[in-house]
Write a protein that binds this ligand. Structure first.
Ligand code: FE
Ligand code: FE
Ligand code: ZN
Length: 282
């Protein structure tokens, strides 16, 4: 059974996120490690972490997904930007050692005219610098829509990064349904074909988390605009097929749909209903 949850604001700390998740029927959640627009992370509140860990153990929350700021670029052409990405990721990973056994997801980066090969090398270089600090956190490369010069829109690119990392056992992949579809993988008409390609290229054992989103744009649009479940070009039926597919069994699913908390609660209920043997969702 997958764990279903959604993206939550981390502004009020971990215990608050844990309780908020429970209040909307979620078994997991995702949060930004810091303000995506930059700036320092708040100092960790040890009492909050301890209270959250007790709640998570008691109620079976998690594993959860910490999301790196999406403004980081681990393969930026400018060295100072790469240094910033590396230092931020290292700091995030050090902090996450207080919450062992969870995930740290990041967008591989944009090569911005350097070419995808250089991008891949630089992302691997950044990972090699930060992974020794990862402790019991698994670092996830997110599948990307291939917008602009994004690296990670092709499974082969993620594989090439993994191949250049010295501690590949610390890496996994987060499958974002909107991004994969926008990148041109037809998860609507050929989910098994896409998963077979993923398995051949990356290996299904690396599949560790899912971002469950519909897409505002058609297959292969390279746009990356998320829609609510059933309100986009992927559609509810195809999304629920993913939720029920054995390849995703037991993984944390985080909704990143344009919703408020009540909207998330409704989508989580919809997904749960589908999992509990509900055949018709219409
Ligand atoms: Fe993301
Ligand atoms: Fe995502
Ligand atoms: Zn996205």
């Amino acid at each position: 059974m997958p764990q279903i949850g959604c993206h939550l604001s981390c502004a009020k700390g971990f215990l608050h996120m844990g309780n908020e998740a429970l209040s909307i029927g979620a078994g997991t959640f995702q949060f930004f490690t810091r303000n995506p627009r930059g700036g320092a992370a708040k100092p960790l509140d040890e009492a909050d972490i301890a209270a959250y860990r007790a709640l998570a153990a008691e109620r079976g929350i998690g594993p959860v997904i910490a999301h790196a700021p999406y403004t980081l670029n681990a393969c930026a052409a400018e060295e100072s930007l790469r240094t910033f990405a590396r230092d931020t990721m290292r700091d995030d990973l050090r902090r996450l050692t207080k919450l062992p056994g969870n995930f740290y997801n990041f967008h591989p980066g944009s090569h911005v005219k350097q070419g995808v090969e250089t991008g891949i090398l630089r992302i691997a270089e950044t990972l090699n610098a930060v992974l020794p600090e990862a402790g019991e956190t698994t670092v996830l490369l997110e599948t990307m829509a291939g917008k602009g010069s994004e690296v990670g829109g092709r499974f082969e690119e993620l594989r090439a990064i993994i191949d250049r990392v010295e501690q590949p056992e610390r890496l996994g992949v987060c499958f974002d349904t909107c991004h994969v579809f926008d990148a041109g993988y037809d998860i609507v008409n050929d989910l098994d074909g896409v998963l077979a390609a993923f398995d051949r290229t990356i290996g299904l054992a690396r599949l560790r988390a899912v971002h469950l989103n519909d897409s505002m744009n058609p297959l292969g649009s390279h746009k990356d605009r998320h829609a609510c479940l059933g309100a986009g070009h992927i559609g509810l039926e195809a999304l629920l097929r993913i939720v029920r597919h054995p390849a995703f069994d037991g993984l944390p699913f985080a909704l990143e749909t344009p919703n408020d908390l009540a909207g998330y609660a409704r989508e989580i209920a919809l997904v749960r209903q589908a999992l509990q043997g509900g055949t018709s969702i219409e």
